[in-house]
Write a protein that binds this ligand. Structure first.
Ligand SMILES: [Zn+2]
Length: 177
């Protein structure tokens, strides 16, 4: 006579029963282990101490290896963090740039001469020239440092937002180039 096949319901019931029994057993084991550990502390401690003494070199190598790996992980985490942070910084930098360009664009983030409004080709112009002298004196490298400086100094007068074309035209008109 062929072995009787179990229906899916019967199979599931059997699995549930097994799971229940396993969980009960697991808890029993955990309790037993905790009791054993509590009652045999000195024995266990002596055993692990002995094990450490016998395997010291191996364990130290393992520990050093782990530290080296951990160090790399930490390093990678830092690199990753800086990468994430960089995005935030870049957004913050763009915010400052737009704020300053808008202020010196008379309320619009655009060139005051022609209305060009792509921030990638807009920058701050020193109205009376000597932009480079000013930057040198203030120890500003231009770009972001300039925007930060202007904001920090409550938007001093004498600057305007110009596009690259209008800056070039101004330089030619002033015979600066
Ligand atoms: Zn322009």
């Amino acid at each position: 006579m062929a072995k009787k096949e179990l229906t899916p319901e019967q199979l599931e019931a059997r699995r549930a029963s097994n799971r229940k029994s396993y969980a009960k057993h697991k808890e029993k084991r955990r309790v037993y282990k905790a009791k054993y550990n509590a009652e045999n502390k000195p024995k266990i401690s002596a055993r692990s101490h002995k094990y450490y003494e016998e395997h010291k070199d191996d364990l130290n190598i393992k520990s050093n290896n782990y530290y080296a790996t951990h160090k790399n992980e930490a390093h990678n985490q830092n690199v990753n963090y800086r990468k994430t942070h960089k995005t935030e910084i870049e957004k913050h930098q763009l915010d400052i740039k737009i704020e300053v360009l808008t202020h010196y664009g008379n309320g619009k983030c655009a060139c005051v001469k022609c209305g060009f409004d792509n921030t990638k080709a807009l920058s701050i112009d020193h109205i009376n020239g000597h932009g480079n002298t000013h930057r040198r004196n203030s120890n500003l490298s231009g770009g972001l440092e300039m925007y930060r400086w202007l904001k920090k100094n409550n938007f001093p007068e004498g600057y305007q937002t110009l596009c690259m074309n209008c800056q070039m035209i101004k330089k030619i008109d002033n015979k600066e180039i």
